[in-house]
Design a protein around this ligand. Structure first.
Ligand code: NAP
Length: 534
């Protein structure tokens, strides 16, 4: 097909959770649709993040597509929290069952997507030499998909092997018996370290900022629960839409200030025993009231001391510089106890930063660590990394991230002014990284479908939010985030304007349920806030 320009109504970029559903949905609705995926397989982040120990941190029963009863019942999860290989198998099962591959080009990366205002089309080019024209462009490229590459001095001199958790080889990596360093202790680093510690000769866990880590309490999946849910999966999905995070968790118990210290402790113990993310939403005021947050933070800190023997290591592992929940809570399966093993050392990089990588290992300010393997778990170019990589440009030559550099602004977290017919699934100012990506992608793709449907009914070729609508939505998002402790803490969810230091919390912080209600209210019956033109 090289040399020819193919025409589609909808082009979808990325074949992870969002892309797979989008390809299915738009084909089902009769659109000519085509998808491009850079990897040789479907799965998105679950394809690339094949590192040892990779596992989802919310329950598999909810971490599934819930739009089709047969699809849901046709798959049985083996564990309460599925591991990466099983999630990848699941996504392949869905792609096969929905027959999305017929409209998908794998191993094909989009290198540019240029809006042409004369034709009201995107002209899309790929690294395989394809040129495609599309009326609508749906970016299902994810928020945490473009890795933060290691830029340590001397990396080129290293004579051992090095890997990134976010782009782990698809073939087995042999680290058994070897000296390994894991750099970074977010969700990826914690999971990788826990698994690598089982067989490494020696493991150095290199930590800059300790995270709050709470147990998943993983176990075999509960067949009774699956049976119960699968009989009413659409209801289960609606129930998930009506929760703050897009999946059903034990609800908060109310305000922490209304309980005595003893009662609070008892409640926290119950949530700890339940496991997973529910600790994050124990009390309705823990995200805004620092005293209540302190109670929860201190409770989790006390658990470190219960699991790790060496007091100096305990002190280094305890997060003290920020309140719990202001950075992503890490859900573990046996992380803290690895520090009681003789083959594991914690290296605190706060006062002892890495100076360079050498031929034989890692040199910090105070010491040198000889290693055979380095695992970088440094996180992602969050939110805009993958969008920038696809090089989407409007008629003025701008990328979305150029427009958001001063102040991130979208309408409903899905579209931006000056970028007609471009949809960014799970984008900034939507619940994005705070929500279950299966439910949010489901909701967003269905919303895109409704917007396109409305445009077609109005015989419009072009849809774009107005500046006013975008501003109103942006102000609303900022207002919601204003009283929240998490706005004040630096991490990948906070955008700090480099010109004046103003801070913006990037996800919509009001909860999935409120987001759904807000979208309904903002859109009204007539898709207000959008301009539809021919
Ligand atoms: P992350 O949370 O951003 O953590 C990156 C880690 O690398 C941090 O510990 C960071 O230290 C450290 N780091 C970055 N640059 C460094 C440098 N130059 N020198 C030393 N340390 C450096 O990334 P992640 O662990 O990949 O997780 C990202 C997100 O992906 C998570 O929040 C979660 O949403 C998702 N995720 C989910 C799962 C799951 O479902 N179980 C698993 C993995 C990832 P500082 O903290 O000091 O910056």
């Amino acid at each position: 097909m090289n040399g020819q320009v193919e025409e589609y109504s909808v082009v979808v970029v990325g074949a992870g959770m969002g892309g797979i559903y989008a390809l299915h949905r738009f084909a089902e609705l009769g659109h000519s649709v085509h998808g491009f995926e850079g990897a040789p397989g479907v799965g998105g982040v679950w394809y690339h993040n094949a590192y040892p120990g990779a596992r989802v941190d919310l329950e598999s029963d909810s971490y599934s597509y819930m739009f089709d009863e047969e699809l849901y019942t046709g798959w049985d999860w083996s564990e309460r929290y599925a591991a990466q290989p099983e999630i990848l198998r699941y996504l392949n099962y869905v792609a096969d069952r929905l027959d999305v591959r017929r409209n998908l080009s794998l191993s094909t990366r989009v290198t540019s997507a240029q809006w042409n205002p004369e034709e009201n089309r995107y002209l899309i080019k790929t690294d395989t030499g394809r040129t495609v024209r599309a009326r609508y462009l749906v970016m299902a490229t994810g928020n945490l998909s473009r890795p933060k590459d290691p830029d340590f001095k001397g990396l080129g001199d290293f004579e051992g092997e090095w890997y990134q958790t976010s782009h782990w080889p698809q073939t087995p990596v042999d680290y058994a018996g070897k000296r390994v360093a894991v750099i970074g202790t977010g969700s990826s680093g914690v999971q990788a370290a826990t698994e690598i510690a089982k067989t490494a000769g020696h493991l150095y866990v290199m930590q800059r900022t300790p995270h709050y880590v709470v147990p998943a309490h993983n176990r075999p999946a509960d067949p009774v629960k699956k049976e119960r849910l699968s009989r009413k999966v659409l209801e289960f999905r609606d129930e998930s839409y009506a929760t703050p995070v897009g999946y059903v968790l034990p609800p908060p118990v109310g305000r922490g200030v209304d309980y005595s210290p003893e009662q609070r402790l008892q409640i926290l113990e119950t949530r700890w025993a339940f496991g997973g993310q529910c600790l994050l939403s124990t009390f309705t005021d823990q995200g805004t009231n620092i005293e209540i947050n302190d109670v929860v933070s201190q409770f989790v800190r006390s658990k470190v001391a219960q699991q790790v023997d060496d007091p100096q290591t305990v002190a280094k592992l305890m997060p003290t510089s920020y309140p719990l929940g202001t950075r992503r809570l890490v859900i573990d399966t046996g992380y803290y106890p690895i520090f009681n093993q003789d083959n594991v050392s914690l290296v605190d990089m706060r006062d002892n930063p890495i100076e360079r990588i050498t031929a034989t290992g890692i040199k910090t300010r105070e010491a040198e660590y000889e290693v055979d393997v380095i695992v970088f778990a440094l996180g992602f170019e969050a939110f805009t990394g993958a969008l920038d990589q696809a090089n989407v440009r409007n008629e003025h030559g701008q990328q979305p991230s150029d427009r958001w550099a001063y102040k991130p602004q979208t309408y409903l977290g899905l579209m931006s002014n000056a970028f007609p017919n471009l949809f960014t699934l799970t984008g900034i100012q939507s619940p994005s990284v705070l929500a279950n990506f299966f439910t949010l992608n489901n909701y967003h793709v269905d919303l895109v479908d409704k917007i396109i449907g409305y445009a077609e009914e109005a015989r419009a070729e072009r849809v774009e939010p107005t500046l006013d609508a975008e501003k109103k939505w942006g102000d609303h998002c900022n207002e919601i985030a204003e009283p929240m402790l998490r706005r004040a803490v630096d991490n990948y969810m906070v955008h700090v304007n480099r010109y004046d230091g103003s801070r913006f919390f990037l996800p919509y912080a009001g909860g999935f349920d409120r987001y759904v209600a807000d979208v309904d209210e903002y859109l009204g019956e007539k898709y207000e806030g959008f301009e539809f033109t021919s």
